[in-house]
Every structure is written in structure tokens, then in C-alpha cells.
Ligand binder design. Structure first.
Ligand SMILES: Cc1cc2nc3c(=O)[nH]c(=O)nc-3n(C[C@H](O)[C@H](O)[C@H](O)COP(=O)(O)OP(=O)(O)OC[C@H]3O[C@@H](n4cnc5c(N)ncnc54)[C@H](O)[C@@H]3O)c2cc1C
Length: 464
């Protein structure tokens, strides 16, 4: 293995980048004159005017259920029980018109196209997500990873070859193509000696290379995984932007290393491969600064998905169990500060080189969305210049997505698809990860109710 400093930026540079970020934060703290349209208060129920009566009622019903913590916390067990009790068909009949219709685009291309076509009419863009992921102890064989690759290649094809495909994105979980155990081992090895990116790029190209520290079987699996990823990237470049998800801290360094190698190979002239940064991590800012530095030294365009992070409870439990320092910020407020800081760093970089950097502000948090829009205005970043966009999950916070789209910002909805059985584990994990958001969607429910009352009044007037 070659040792290198590629993934370890020099301190003076990091320091100057940190100063850049700090300065940006300070500028933002000075209250600017009112620059934003009033609609970005997200108080306008007419954002829901585009929804049918059935959709309004379904959203209200599903969100009402999600407001009970006991239901969200135990939804996995309850769904498994219901499936046994009702049988596959009965369970599907119950779920399809309700939870499934709210959060999943459909099962086959026809259904997905119908949902996406509708979304596209509302000005929302697609970010398809194949609902496959693995954690430790769930590893499957090489054949299964090859099947997952085929499913992702199909996702690439579907994403760009339909009338609703406008600058499409898709999400990708590396652990669907490479065993989580190997990602953990690579992470451990990386802590002692970083891999050379050029070395990995050669492996992506199909060159047989050795990775000291890995047993022969692991090295072979790693090469197979890299080739699977290479195939997906080759199919998507110039067509679909591939956003690699961040997962747990015990494997993220390996995921980032692989993603950086993909960026080095495929992002020479544009950001086609993106990485995700979780701002609940204490180290998120320095990780982002490292990525910015690396993109400069290695000469690739950087695409960033900025999230708060989905695995807080498990990360904390694990750190406590292993006697490690908690990697997560101590409070939601600290995570918010971290999110704002990272957002500032990226927007500052974009304002200087909009063709080299891109960001998706992936959050349901209205304050973060407003802040991003405000900073864009202050820094003179075009709404529709393509370097900044917003992202929310399908079926969640539509009042934010629809309002942003109405104001001319590019907005993506992360859209899972597949059969009820295939999407169920994904839905359960998402519900649990997003339970704070799900339980806090009171405002969306209020706006839905206001829109419902408006329609009833209108109907009453027509009848009289
Ligand atoms: C398009 C899209 C893609 C995503 N991709 C990923 C991904 O690749 N990887 C990933 O991990 N997540 C991903 N997420 C999920 C995301 O990380 C959040 O879990 C989710 O969006 C909720 O955060 P929020 O900013 O929307 O809402 P908010 O309600 O503003 O924030 C909730 C989040 O704040 C943080 N938080 C809450 N309480 C505390 C506390 N006490 N201390 C510290 N922090 C706290 C947690 O991260 C929690 O999820 C994605 C989300 C979207 C919309």
C-alpha cells in the first residue's frame, strides 16, 4: 500500500479554510436587511392547493399516527406483527393506500413515472433511492451485491430516461455493494495509514492492486465492490448525479475514501459524484474542510449533501458501550450551529467558484432553509444557477418543498421505490431516524387542516 498525505490536508491550509468559514459565520450573524420573500416563512397553506382532497386526508391521517411516539418507536415490531396477522396480501392492502402511498413512489416503472410526473408538474425534481442497505452482521454474498448493482444501474436508467427527469439525482449506499465488515476494517486501517487515492482510482479502472492489511479474500471483495461502484458511476456520469449516503462513524472514513476516489475519477469537469456530511458530528466541519482542500489539490469538483445526521441514538449508545467520547454534538442547538457553519463554508466556496462546488441543503428545518436562501442572496448566488439546491424526503415537509419550488429554487425529493416488502425495512429505519421530525410536523398538519377548511368553505359557497 502506498502511504500518502492526500487525505490529510496540511495544517496551515486547514487553518486558513477554518478562518474563511469563521469569517463567513460572523458576516451572517450581522443582521441583513429583509432580503427574502415573505413566503419563505412557510406559513401559506395554499402551497397545498396542488394536492387532491384524498392526498390531503391521507397526509393528515398518516401524520396523526406519526405524532404518537409509541407508534413510531415500535413501528418495526407492529408492522411485522400485522404482516403475520393479515398475510402478505392483506398487509399490502392496508399499507398501500396509506403509509406506502405517502412515503414511497411505487413498485414498478409505470407507478414510479406517474408519481414522478406529478412531482415534476409541481416543480419538484427526482432523487430516486433504491431501498437497500446493510449494517454489521447483515452481510450478504457477492451474488447479492451484484444484484444490488443491477438494481442501481436500473435506477440510473430510470432517473434519466423519462420525461420527468430534470437534472436528476439518485442516492447510493456503498454498503449495498460492499460488505459493512470490510468498510469497518478499512476504517480501522485508515486510522493508522491513509490509502493513496490514485491507487484506488487504478483499482476502479480494473487494475489488480494489493491492499496491505487486508486478507486475500477481503482484498478480492474490495476490488469487486470498487468495480461495481465504477460501473454505476460510468453509467451515471453526465446523466445522473450520484449522492453517496453517510452512514455510521465506524465505517464513514472508508465510505468517504471510496467516494473521493470516485470523485477524482469522475468529477473532473462537473460534480457527478457527491459525498454526504453529517453535521451532528463534532468533526463535521473539519471533514468538510478536508474535502474542500482535497478537491483543490486533486483537481476535482466537489458535490456535498449536507445533513444533520440520522444515526444519533445508535452512535451514542455505541460510544458509551465502548467508553469512547460521544462523536455527536451535545445538543440539537449545537448541531444547528454546526449545520449553519458548514453551510456558510460551502456557500462561501460556491460564491467564489460556482462551477467547482455544489451543495444540496438536505433538511426539513425551515430555519436552515431560510438561512441558506438568505446567504445565497447576500453572496449573489443565483437561485437557478445549479450550484445550490434543496432536498427533503418524499411525503415529508411538502409545505417547505412546494414553497421553495414556487419561489424558483431547485428542490429534490428523496424518493424510495419498490414493493411493500422491499421498502418496509427502509421505511421503518427512516421513521425511527426521523422521528423527531415526524413528531414535530405539527405545522405541516396545521397547514393541511387550513387548506382542508378552505376547500370545505369553497364547496359550501358553491352549494349555496
Ligand atoms: C434528501 C435527504 C438525504 C439524507 N441523507 C442522509 C444520509 O446520507 N445520512 C444521514 O445520516 N442522514 C441523511 N438524511 C437524514 C438527516 O440526516 C436527518 O436525520 C433528517 O433530515 C432530520 O434532520 P433535519 O435537519 O431535517 O431536521 P431537524 O428536526 O432540524 O433536526 C433533527 C436532527 O437534529 C439532530 N439532533 C436532534 N436532537 C439532537 C441532540 N439532542 N443532540 C445533537 N443533535 C441532535 C439529529 O441529527 C436529528 O436527526 C437525509 C435527509 C434528507 C432530507
Amino acid at each position: 500500500m502506498m502511504l500518502c498525505s492526500n487525505l490529510r490536508p496540511s495544517l496551515p491550509h486547514l487553518f486558513s479554510m477554518r478562518l474563511l468559514g469563521t469569517a463567513a459565520t460572523r458576516t451572517a450573524a450581522v443582521k441583513q436587511p429583509e432580503l427574502l420573500p415573505a413566503s419563505l416563512t412557510f406559513e401559506d397553506p395554499s402551497a397545498f392547493r396542488v394536492k387532491s382532497l384524498g392526498e390531503l386526508l391521507r397526509a393528515l391521517g398518516v401524520f396523526r399516527l406519526c405524532s404518537f411516539p409509541v407508534l413510531v418507536n415500535n413501528c418495526g415490531k407492529m408492522m411485522t406483527g400485522a404482516r403475520i396477522l393479515l398475510g402478505r396480501r392483506g398487509f399490502s392492502l392496508l399499507l398501500r393506500p396509506t403509509v406506502y402511498a405517502q412515503f414511497v413512489a411505487g413498485e414498478n416503472e409505470k407507478e414510479i413515472s406517474q408519481s414522478m410526473g406529478k412531482m415534476s408538474l409541481l416543480g419538484l425534481r427526482p432523487m430516486l433511492a433504491v431501498p437497500i442497505e446493510e449494517d454489521l452482521g447483515e452481510s450478504t454474498g457477492e451474488k447479492r451485491y451484484d444484484d444490488n448493482m443491477e438494481a442501481m444501474l436500473e435506477c440510473v436508467r430510470m432517473s434519466h430516461s423519462n420525461a420527468w427527469s430534470k437534472d436528476p439525482m439518485m442516492q447510493l449506499k456503498i454498503t449495498a455493494l460492499l460488505s459493512p465488515e470490510l468498510c469497518v476494517k478499512l476504517t480501522t486501517l485508515l486510522a493508522c495509514q491513509p490509502f493513496d487515492l490514485s491507487h484506488l482510482v487504478r483499482a476502479l479502472d480494473g487494475t489488480m492492486i494489493t491492499f496491505p492489511g487486508l486478507e486475500e479474500k477481503e482484498a478480492v471483495h474490495f476490488l469487486c465492490g470498487l468495480r461495481r461502484l465504477n460501473k454505476i458511476a460510468e453509467a451515471s456520469v453526465n446523466k445522473v448525479r450520484v449522492l453517496v449516503d453517510a452512514e455510521y462513524t465506524y465505517m464513514n472514513p472508508a465510505l468517504t475514501l471510496i467516494t473521493m476516489a470516485l470523485m477524482k475519477k469522475f468529477n473532473k469537469d462537473g460534480a457527478w459524484i457527491w459525498n454526504t456530511y453529517q453535521c451532528y458530528l463534532k468533526e463535521s466541519r473539519s471533514l468538510l474542510l478536508e474535502a474542500l482542500h482535497l478537491s483543490q489539490t486533486e483537481g476535482f469538483c466537489l458535490g456535498v449533501k449536507l445533513v444533520r445526521g440520522a444515526y444519533m441514538d445508535k452512535e451514542r449508545k455505541l460510544a458509551e458501550k465502548e467508553g469512547r467520547v460521544d462523536p455527536i454534538h451535545p445538543s440539537w442547538e449545537e448541531t444547528n450551529k454546526s449545520y449553519n457553519g458548514c453551510l456558510d463554508v460551502m456557500l462561501e466556496a460556491i460564491s467564489q467558484k460556482p462551477d467547482r462546488y455544489r451543495i444540496i441543503v438536505a433538511t426539513h428545518n425551515e430555519e436552515s432553509v431560510r438561512r441558506a436562501a438568505e446567504r445565497m442572496e447576500e453572496l449573489g448566488i443565483d437561485k437557478d444557477g445549479g450550484s445550490v439546491c434543496f432536498g427533503q424526503l418524499l411525503g415529508m415537509c411538502d409545505h417547505v418543498s412546494l414553497t421553495l419550488a414556487k419561489e424558483g429554487y431547485p428542490v429534490y425529493k428523496s424518493v424510495p421505490y419498490g414493493s411493500v416488502d422491499d421498502t418496509l425495512p427502509y421505511l421503518v429505519r427512516r421513521a425511527q431516524e426521523n422521528r423527531t421530525v415526524l413528531q414535530g410536523i405539527r405545522k405541516e398538519r396545521d397547514l393541511l387542516r387550513q387548506e382542508l377548511r378552505y376547500r370545505m368553505r369553497l364547496r359550501g359557497q358553491k352549494l349555496t
